[in-house]
Design a binder for this molecule. Structure first.
Ligand code: PHE
Length: 454
């Protein structure tokens, strides 16, 4: 018996024969990690927490906690050759691990329900921007966003996102997910570079660059550290079975260590360039970098409306946001779809159709709660949308991440072998995964649910 078999599953790889090509996997994983997190969330939280120093902190969290868990998730996926719940079971034969894994599947399903809403906004803004409609009728961009978000169009766009993602997933791992990423990611990089040159050549761009790259450590506090860590998680798509599920489609010969480095570097690079697109633009037009969630949808359109060919750059910017969102959304939807295929023996097409439909319905209240008919319904001071975000990002994802560290560090003895690590790097990995990562995740978790305060 090879190290990847267990008594119950004599040949795991045969039960899950779909595979990415080597380059396809790296692209798809970068597509998953580079998402609204990099293009929308990262700039506004960096703006709020003082710029460069926060960026540095984020990179430290990414390296010390993000990368070890990323490697662990891919290793578990490839070793177990199942979905986020089944893989854990396949490797240990213990039912409680399947249950813990099931939490990640649930988390992915819930994230998808509201991520599709924001992805839908990006599609609406792309069209509005390219047709120029966004820039007509005055420059109250906050009012424009609010009137859009409080209507019913967000539900339409959410449905479009679900349909598109369901369709890509139904086409399979190499014919769907891999192809989709191969088409979109190069275009994404090209647009990002065009926008970077545009923003760096705006008058007064230097101030934005300085804000983003010249650290002022006085602006950091304990809260910034926790937010940076939480974001490192979100940004690398960790803690909800996504990289684990993608890992289950990786060829045995692929080096997971190099894949980890490539994905981590890719994510960092995209966050870096996103910062170089957004902050110079924000400063050049005298906008506020700490604007918050509205930075992309409310502040930037104001800047685009004032620059020559702004409709074009605005259009490109929202296309970029849409691509980032869609390649991530596909990876999130794949988690529950893979679960249904393995556990309920559904065909890929059936799983994709049923799960995206149900997920759409579950997401409708979120779509209607950002100022819409459900906007006033705020149990505990949070809208439905905020509750979904809170429960997934701050409760379920840390639990999922913690479970991965404990599984890899303590429960499964063959992680090093499957990951292809030994000696020095294995020791470092185990130190981070057994001690550093669980402690830091626990701190973030206790802080975000309000058990400790700083
Ligand atoms: N990493 C994605 C982003 O940065 C979000 C994501 C989270 C994707 C979890 C998949 C899983 O936007």
């Amino acid at each position: 018996m090879s190290n990847r078999t267990s008594k119950k599953n004599p040949d795991l790889s045969r039960s899950n024969p779909e595979r990415f090509t080597s380059a396809g996997f790296i692209l798809a994983a970068i597509g998953s990690s580079v998402g609204l997190g990099n293009m929308w969330k990262f700039p506004y939280i960096t703006g709020k927490h003082g710029g460069a120093a926060f960026f540095l902190l984020f990179m430290i969290c990414l390296i010390l906690v993000g990368l070890p868990i990323l490697l662990a998730e891919m290793t578990i996926g490839r070793g177990g050759r199942g979905d986020a719940a089944t893989s854990l079971y396949n490797l240990t034969g213990k039912k409680h691990w399947r249950l813990i894994g099931l939490l990640s599947v649930l988390c992915a399903f819930l994230i998808m329900s509201y991520y599709a809403v924001v992805a839908g906004w990006t599609l609406h803004y792309t069209i509005e921007s390219i047709t120029g409609a966004l820039f007509r009728g005055g420059d109250d961009y906050r009012g424009k966003f609010e009137s859009f978000a409080s209507g019913y169009w967000p539900v339409f766009w959410q449905a479009v996102v679900m349909l598109l993602c369901g369709w890509v997933i139904a086409k399979g791992v190499s014919g769907g997910i891999e192809k989709f990423n191969k088409i979109l990611i190069p275009g994404f990089l090209a647009i990002l570079l065009v926008l970077m040159v545009r923003s760096l050549t705006l008058p007064g761009a230097g101030q934005g660059v300085e804000f983003f790259l010249k650290p002022d450590f006085g602006k950091l506090d304990a809260e910034s550290a926790l937010i940076a860590l939480g974001h490192a998680f979100f940004s690398l798509s960790l803690g909800m079975g996504c990289m684990l599920t993608y890992g289950s489609y990786v060829e045995q010969k692929q080096s997971l260590g190099s894949a980890t480095l490539a994905i981590g570097l890719g994510d960092m690079l995209y966050a870096f360039i996103a910062g170089l697109v957004i902050f110079p633009t924000v400063f050049s037009f005298g906008l506020e970098p700490g604007e918050g969630v509205g930075l992309a949808f409310m502040a930037l359109p104001a800047a685009f409306s004032q620059m020559p060919f702004g409709f074009l750059f605005g259009g490109l910017f929202f296309v970029l946001l849409a691509i980032a969102a869609l390649t991530s959304a596909v990876s999130i939807l794949e988690v529950p779809v893979a679960y249904a295929m393995h556990n309920w023996k559904w065909s890929r097409k059936k799983a994709a159709a049923v799960i995206s439909s149900v997920c759409f319905l579950v997401g409708v209240p979120s779509a209607l709660s950002v100022g819409g008919v459900l906007g006033a319904f705020q149990p505990g001071g949070k809208t439905v949308f905020d509750w979904f975000d809170f429960v997934t990002s701050y409760v379920l994802m840390p639990i999922g991440g913690l479970a991965v560290t404990l599984f890899t560090g303590y429960a499964w003895k063959r992680a090093g072998e499957e990951a292809g690590l030994s000696g020095f790097w294995y020791k470092i990995w185990m130190f981070l995964i057994k001690i550093v990562a669980p402690i830091l995740i626990l701190l973030v978790f206790l802080y975000s649910v309000g058990i400790i305060s700083v």
